[in-house]
Design a protein around this ligand. Structure first.
Ligand code: BGP
Length: 492
């Protein structure tokens, strides 16, 4: 079966503002929750740096997988001896023209990027949006238009103005729903005529804790209260977007790297089915417009009696129904396994012994992508959009800065082929594919620069030193050819 994709298939790449943009204090932007996050590595987790009222500084693990609770009285601070990667990131803020030209050189038809909330509403509570912030994204979108690349905008990628985290405890407060909808409205009014595809949130099933959700407590009732408030905010935003932008299409993005049963022992299979519902809880509620029947059972794993403990307004049910998503967007990187008796954990699992792994221990599983695409469509029957997939690797440039990344080409060849099979053989409707991340940027989980994903190398190290020069890798030309042939060359 051919790997050639339907004519209107969208090809592109994806980035997130605080990992890519930099310019953290420019253009009237206020700090966001990630601006207080240090760099790290697999051995040394990233931290939020905070100051207590008595002057003591504390470091709290910030990575969403093991985020520590933040004391309510702590205030974020920058410490002189720490490096905060989001401040410069890889400086898209000053390189956007060059970067978009490079993306266009590969033939991209779509570019997924997130807007930094604190660039538009610096503290989140202003009455009017910040003109300079809007102007920056105007410039980005005009540049995209020049090359006929359409934007796919993530309204909120795992962050918020730090003021909202401190004042309202982030998403655990309903007040933030109103502020988010106001922010989204200003984006629709300003960019609506130029953008058809929108994502209300990034990896909503994975966000927890201070950095991604502004909530001081990473687990339990407050996390699931925050999730409910995000569901309502997303649904209200979808309704509003449909009204203000005719023909607009809305998704939310889920982390759906999959998890298989460790064995065919019925107890393992059953455990795995239940654990996967940690993710389906989010997809089902937003994709179908109502909480799934197993919601109480999921909540009980987190010490919550059930939905009755979550504060809801009487109108919420109707809002969820009216603001259902048009498509399901997801990230897919790897697969894991789980078995009966494993510690209950969201987006979790252990390493699959059948798979080769990246240096960061992520198991390579192209068929898992096809499996995941089918799982989602079988369940929700709405078009899907792969908005993140890629391989973090250690690249070794030669003396001219050129990287021969055959391992990345191999990863993409296999994953894109599996995607084409899901589309052409299994008939899963898929809007497009945006590879994470077309240009090297800062890793979310470790804050490293050496965990590189791009088709384009950036001369910068883990501490932000380097010329920031952009140099296409071997995979750049390879991907260009795949896009030119609309996937057909995957067969070669
Ligand atoms: C997803 C996030 C991205 C991104 C990616 C790769 O979870 O949406 O922001 O960073 O994963 O992860 P990492 O950067 O940790 O390798």
């Amino acid at each position: 079966m051919t790997k050639e994709l339907p004519k209107d298939f969208l090809w592109g790449g994806a980035t997130a503002d605080f990992q890519y943009e930099g310019g953290y204090a420019e253009g009237g932007r206020d700090p966001s929750t990630h601006d207080y996050e240090t760099n790290g590595s697999p051995e040394h987790p990233r931290h939020h740096t905070m100051k207590m009222p008595n002057g003591d500084t504390i470091n709290l693990k910030s990575s969403f997988l093991d985020a520590e609770d933040v004391p309510e009285e702590a205030k974020p601070v920058w410490l002189k001896d720490q490096y905060y990667p989001s401040h410069q990131a890889v400086d898209f803020y000053h390189h956007y023209k060059e970067d978009i030209k490079l993306m266009a050189g590969m033939g991209f038809s779509v570019y997924r990027f997130s807007i930094a909330w604190s660039r538009i509403f610096p503290n989140g509570e202003e009455d009017e949006p910040n003109k300079e912030g809007l102007k920056f994204y105007d410039n980005v979108i005009s540049e995209l238009e020049k090359y006929h690349i359409q934007p796919l905008i993530t309204i909120c990628h795992d962050e918020m103005p730090v003021h909202l985290a401190l004042k309202y405890d982030g998403w655990s407060s309903r007040k933030v729903i109103e502020l988010y909808v106001k922010y989204a409205k200003s984006l629709f009014e300003h960019f609506g005529s130029k953008c058809k595809y929108w994502l209300t949130f990034n990896e909503i099933n994975a966000v927890r804790g201070f950095g991604p959700s502004g909530v001081h407590k990473a687990t339990g009732l407050r996390r699931y209260q925050a999730a409910h408030n995000m569901f309502v905010a997303s649904a209200e935003t979808v309704k509003l977007g449909h009204k203000l932008i005719p023909g607009s299409q809305f998704g939310t993005m889920y982390a759906l790297s999959t998890c298989y049963p460790a064995t065919c022992k019925p107890e393992d299979v059953f455990h795995n089915q239940q654990e996967l519902r940690e993710n389906w809880y989010f997809v089902d509620t937003m994709g179908r417009g109502y909480y799934p029947r197993y919601a109480d059972e999921i909540l009980q794993h987190h010490g919550i009696k059930g939905l009755s403990e979550i504060k809801m307004d009487p109108a919420d049910q109707q809002i969820l129904k009216d603001g259902q998503l048009d498509f399901i967007a997801f990230s897919y990187y790897r697969s894991n396994i789980s078995k009966a008796g494993d510690k209950w954990f969201n987006v979790g699992g252990s390493a699959n012994p059948y798979l080769e792994k990246t240096p960061w221990g992520w198991g390579l599983d192209p068929l898992g992508l096809r499996y995941t695409m089918n799982m989602i469509y079988d369940r929700i029957q709405k078009p899907i959009f792969i908005v993140e997939n890629g391989m973090g690797a250690i690249d070794k440039p030669d003396e001219n800065g050129f990287v021969e990344d055959d391992y990345r080409i191999d990863y993409l060849q296999k994953h894109l082929s599996a995607m084409a099979d899901a589309i052409n053989i299994d008939k899963v409707p898929c809007i497009g594919y945006t590879m994470w991340a077309p240009i090297d940027l800062v890793s979310l989980s470790t804050g490293e620069m050496k965990k590189r994903y791009g088709f384009i190398y950036i001369d910068m190290d883990d501490l932000g030193h380097g010329s920031l020069k952009r140099i296409p890798k071997k995979s750049y030309a390879w991907m260009k050819h795949i896009i030119e042939t609309n996937g057909k060359a995957l067969d070669d």
